[in-house]
Design a protein around this ligand. Structure first.
Ligand code: FUC
Length: 809
C-alpha cells in the first residue's frame, strides 16, 4: 500500500481527489483479504471480473468469433445470453445512387461560391442525396434463455472475462454446491459454446430455450436441438426523411442450439428442452442467414446452420475449447503488456474504473489496451464483416446510428490498432469492404459526379451504400473512400507484401485517385489552388467548398498512389498527372488565432468545442503534420486542440489521445486517456457529449460505440512507438517512447509493430528506455530514434537487434 501511495502522490492536485483516494484505499484495505482467495488467479491486465450479475446490457460481457457475438449477463436463476450474427440487417441488395444527380453539381458549387449556403442545402437535399435518404441497420438475432430453478439464492458469486484465452465464466454456490458456466465463441468451430457444470452428480437442472426480438419468427424442438427460424424486421422507420419507403427486409435467418448432457436426462417441454439431474451439459449454438455478398442473398440459412452444427457431432467440450484457445491465442498472445499493478488492481473491474481518475492504476491502462485487441479479434476476422459502430454486439432493433459504418471517423478508428498491435489479419474484413465499395462507388461516381473511378460518402451498410445520406449538411462528404483505401496502403507499409500491393491495394488507390483527379475544382479567389467541394468538414459548419480535411486526405491518397505506381513500375503518366494536381491542392493554413484553419476562410470559432477535429487529420492518422517536420503547423494543431478542449464523446476523447501523442505530449495524451476512462453516467439513450466507459469497459459516446475502445488502444500504442515519419530515402523512423506519460514510468511491451516491417520489445524504467529488441520481418533498414539520437542498422529478414540505453547516449 505504501508503494501505491508513493506512485499516486505525484498526481494529487486537489485535496478533494486526495480525500477520494484515501476513501478508496480504506475500502480496499477492508475488502482485499476476503477477496484474496477468489482473486489470486486474476491477472489484472487480462481479466475483467465482477461480484454481481450484469444489471444492464452494458454490464454484460462480450464474446465473439467475428461472425457471432454474444453478451453474457451472468444471472444465476434466469440467464440471458443475447446473441448476434453479423449479417442480420434490415433491407436487401440495393444501389442508393440517385440517377442524374450530377446535373445539379455545378449549381450547388456556384451557390456555395456565392455564399448562399441555405439554398445550396435546399437544392442538394432535393436533388443530390441517396435513394432513399438513409441506409439500413444492423440488427440483433436472438437470445439463449437458461433457467436454473432455485438458483436465486446463490452465494460466493463471481463472473469473469479472461482476455488471455477469450473465455467468459460464471461461478457461484447454491446450498454448498458449486456451479460453473463457461462461454466461448469459437472461430474455428464457427459456434458459440456453453459449458455448464455442477460440483455434485445430479445437481444440474435447467431449462433452455431460444427467442428473438424480431416479429416474424418461430421456435421448435427436434431431438436435442432447439431451432429458431425467422426473418429480419423492416427498418424501424417506415420512410426516410424524403418520405420514400426503405427497401423491405429480405434477410432470413436460422439458429440451432444443441444440448448434450453427462448424467441425467433431457425432455422436450414445449419449445424448450429441460435437463434434469445432470452433472455436466454442453450447449452448441450455430447461426446463419441467407446473405452471401452485398448483391446476393441466395444462401440457405438452414443448410449452413445444420452443416456448422454437425461439425460438433462427437466433439467434446474440452476439444472445442482447446481449438478455440489455440486459435485465439495465435493472435492475442503476439502482444504482452505489463505496466505494473498493486493490490487495488485486484478489485472488481467496476470498482477499478470508478476510482481510476484518482488512483491511475497502471494495470487498468494495460487492461483497456488489451481489451481493445480482444474486441477486434472477437468482431473482425478474415472472411467476416468489418466491426460496425458496435463491433458485433447489438441488442436493439433501432440501434443508435443503425449500428452501421460511419466512415467520417468511426470505422477507420476501429482499425487504427490493427497493424500496430500485431493483428493485421483482423483488418482483412475492412479491406474486403473497401473493395466492395470500390465497386458500388463506381455508380455513385457516375450518377452524382459524372466521373470515372469510385467514391464513398460518410456512411455505408451491409449493402455497401456509397451515395450521400441523411442530409446535405453532413452527408455530402466525398472523401470516405479516399481515407478508407489508405488502410490498405498502410497494411502494405507494415508488411511489405508486394502481391497485396499489386492485386489489392493499387487497384483501389488508383480508381479512388482517378475520381479525385476529375473532381477537384479551381478556387475562384486563387486560381493556383484546386479544392474539394461541395463537401463538409465532418460534421460542423454545413455544406462548403474546400474543407481542410478533404485536402489532407486527397493529398496523401495521391502520394500513396504515386508511390505505389513507382514500386510496381506502372502507370508513369497517370502518376505524373497526379503529382501535378497534388501540388495545386489548397495547402494547410494558419488562422488569426494561431489555429489550423478548418476551412478555406479564416472563420474558426475559438469557443467551438465540437467533437470532430477533422482538420487535424494530417497530424493523425495522416502524416503531413508533425512537430519535427512542420513545427508551425504542429503549433497550430496545439492551438486548435486547446480550443476544442479535453472532453467530447468517447471516440472524440480517443482521437485526442492519438493527437497529443503525435504532438509528443505524453502527459496531455494521458489526460485524455483519463478523461475517457471515467464511468459513463449516461444511459443508452443519452446522446450528449460525455464520453466514459460502461462497467463492461465498452466505450460510451454515449451511447455505446466501440470506436472509442479501438481509438484508446491505438492511442496507448502511439505513446510507446510511432513509425509514420520517413527519411529522405523513404525509410521509416521508429520513434521509441515518443510520448511516454509520467504516470506510466515503468513497463514492458512485446510485439508492437512498426512500419517497414519490425516487431519490438520495449522495456522502460523510471521513464527511461532500458532495453530494446527489434525483429526485422522484411529486411528493411532500421532507423531508431530516441530522445533526438538516431541509430541506423541494415537488417536481414529474421534478424533480432538488441539495444540498451547506452546505445542512445
Ligand atoms: C458521427 C459522429 C457522431 C456519432 C456517429 C455514429 O456522425 O459525429 O458523434 O459518432 O457518427
Amino acid at each position: 500500500m505504501a508503494q501505491l501511495i508513493a506512485i499516486k502522490q505525484h498526481s494529487m492536485k486537489h485535496s478533494k481527489q486526495l480525500f477520494l483516494l484515501i476513501t478508496a484505499l480504506f475500502f480496499v484495505s477492508c475488502t482485499t483479504v476476503s477477496r484474496q482467495t477468489k482473486t489470486e488467479d486474476i491477472n489484472p491486465s487480462l481479466v475483467l471480473w465482477y461480484d454481481k450479475p450484469a444489471a444492464e446490457w452494458t454490464e454484460a460481457l462480450p464474446v465473439g468469433n467475428g461472425k457471432i457475438g454474444a453478451m453474457i449477463y451472468g444471472e444465476t436463476e434466469n440467464e440471458t445470453i443475447q446473441f448476434n450474427e453479423e449479417t442480420v440487417w434490415s433491407g436487401q441488395p440495393h444501389d442508393y445512387a440517385n440517377k442524374g444527380a450530377y446535373n445539379y453539381l455545378e449549381e450547388i458549387r456556384n451557390l456555395l461560391w456565392k455564399g448562399r449556403q441555405n439554398e445550396a442545402h435546399k437544392l442538394a437535399n432535393e436533388k443530390f442525396m441517396s435513394q432513399p435518404f438513409g441506409q439500413l441497420s444492423y440488427l440483433p438475432f436472438g437470445n439463449i434463455l437458461l433457467s436454473f430453478p432455485g438458483h436465486e439464492s446463490a452465494e460466493n458469486y463471481s463472473r469473469k472475462l479472461n482476455l488471455e484465452n477469450a473465455v467468459s465464466s460464471v461461478f457461484y454456490e447454491v446450498d454448498g454446491i458449486q456451479f460453473k458456466r463457461e462461454i466461448i465463441a469459437s472461430a474455428p468451430g464457427e459456434i458459440l459454446a456453453i459449458r455448464l457444470e455442477a460440483s455434485k452428480n445430479g445437481a444440474l437442472n435447467f431449462t433452455a430455450g431460444l427467442d428473438s426480438p424480431h416479429s416474424d419468427y418461430e421456435v421448435s424442438v427436434e431431438g436435442n436441438q432447439i431451432i429458431l427460424k425467422g426473418k429480419a424486421n423492416n427498418y424501424h422507420n417506415k420512410t426516410g426523411r424524403d418520405g420514400k419507403p426503405y427497401p423491405e427486409s429480405k434477410i432470413t435467418f436460422e439458429a440451432r442450439l444443441k444440448i448434450e448432457t453427462q448424467g441425467g436426462g433431457t425432455a422436450e417441454s414445449g419449445n424448450s428442452i429441460t435437463v434434469a439431474n445432470a452433472r455436466y451439459a454442453t450447449l452448441f449454438l450455430s447461426a446463419a442467414t441467407n446473405f452471401v455478398k452485398y448483391d446476393d442473398i441466395s444462401a440457405s440459412p438452414a443448410e449452413r446452420c445444420g452443416q456448422i452444427l454437425s461439425e460438433t457431432d462427437g466433439k467434446s467440450w474440452e476439444k472445442v475449447k482447446k481449438e478455440h484457445i489455440l486459435d485465439y491465442r495465435n493472435l492475442f498472445s503476439r502482444v504482452s503488456f505489463d505496466l505494473g499493478s498493486s493490490e487495488i488492481s485486484l478489485r472488481p473491474t467496476n470498482e477499478r474504473l470508478t476510482t481510476f481518475y484518482e488512483d491511475e492504476d497502471p494495470s487498468m491502462v494495460s487492461l483497456l489496451f488489451q481489451y481493445g485487441r480482444y474486441l477486434l479479434i472477437s468482431s473482425s476476422r478474415p472472411g467476416t464483416q468489418p466491426a460496425t459502430l458496435q463491433g458485433i454486439w447489438n441488442n436493439r432493433l433501432d440501434p443508435p446510428w443503425d449500428s452501421k459504418y460511419t466512415i467520417n471517423i468511426n470505422t477507420e478508428m476501429n482499425y487504427w490498432p490493427a497493424e500496430m498491435t500485431n493483428l493485421s489479419e483482423c483488418a482483412e474484413p475492412l479491406f474486403a469492404m473497401v473493395e466492395d465499395l470500390s465497386e458500388t462507388g463506381r455508380n455513385t461516381a457516375k450518377e452524382h459526379y459524372n466521373l470515372n473511378g469510385w467514391v464513398t460518402h460518410h456512411n455505408t451498410d451491409l449493402w455497401r451504400g456509397a451515395a450521400p445520406i441523411n442530409g446535405a449538411d453532413h452527408g455530402i462528404w466525398p472523401t470516405g473512400g479516399a481515407w478508407l483505401s489508405q488502410h490498405l496502403w498502410w497494411h502494405y507499409q507494415y508488411t511489405g507484401n508486394k502481391n497485396f500491393l499489386q492485386n489489392r491495394v493499387y487497384p483501389v488507390l488508383k480508381e479512388a485517385s482517378r475520381f479525385f483527379a476529375g473532381y477537384l475544382t479551381p478556387y475562384p479567389k486563387n486560381s493556383e489552388w484546386l479544392v474539394s467541394g461541395p463537401s463538409n468538414s465532418p460534421e460542423l459548419g454545413g455544406l462548403v467548398m474546400g474543407p481542410t480535411m478533404d485536402h489532407q486526405i486527397i493529398r496523401e491518397l495521391f502520394s500513396n498512389t504515386i508511390e505505389a505506381a513507382g514500386i510496381l513500375g506502372i502507370d508513369e503518366d497517370f502518376a505524373a498527372e497526379l503529382k501535378e494536381i497534388k501540388n495545386k491542392i489548397a495547402p494547410n493554413q494558419i488562422g488569426k488565432h494561431g489555429q489550423l484553419q478548418e476551412w478555406l476562410e479564416d472563420v474558426d470559432d475559438p469557443k467551438e468545442e465540437h467533437r470532430h477535429v477533422s482538420h487535424l487529420w494530417g497530424l493523425h492518422p495522416g502524416s503531413e503534420i508533425h512537430p519535427l517536420t512542420t513545427p508551425e503547423l504542429a503549433d497550430a494543431c496545439r492551438v486548435t486542440l486547446s480550443h476544442r478542449g479535453d472532453g467530447g464523446t468517447g471516440w472524440s476523447r480517443a482521437w485526442k489521445i492519438n493527437f497529443w501523442a503525435r504532438l509528443l505530449d505524453g502527459d496531455h495524451s494521458f489526460l485524455l486517456l483519463k478523461n475517457l476512462m471515467v464511468p459513463s453516467i449516461s444511459k443508452e439513450t443519452n446522446y450528449k457529449d460525455r464520453g466514459g466507459l460502461y462497467f463492461n469497459l465498452f466505450d460510451s459516446h454515449p451511447p455505446f460505440q466501440i470506436d472509442g475502445n479501438f481509438g484508446a488502444t491505438s492511442g496507448i500504442a502511439e505513446m510507446l512507438l510511432q513509425s509514420h515519419l520517413r527519411d529522405e530515402n523513404g525509410d521509416f523512423y521508429q520513434d521509441l517512447l515518443p510520448a511516454l506519460p509520467s504516470a506510466l514510468p515503468n513497463g514492458r511491451i512485446t510485439g508492437l509493430k512498426g512500419k517497414g516491417g519490425f516487431e519490438f520489445e520495449i522495456i522502460w524504467k523510471n521513464k527511461e528506455l532500458t532495453e530494446l529488441k527489434v525483429n526485422s520481418l522484411t529486411g528493411s533498414k532500421l532507423i531508431l530514434r530516441y530522445r533526438g539520437k538516431i541509430l541506423e542498422r541494415e537488417t536481414n529478414v529474421g534478424d533480432t537487434n538488441s539495444f540498451t540505453l547506452d546505445d542512445f547516449k
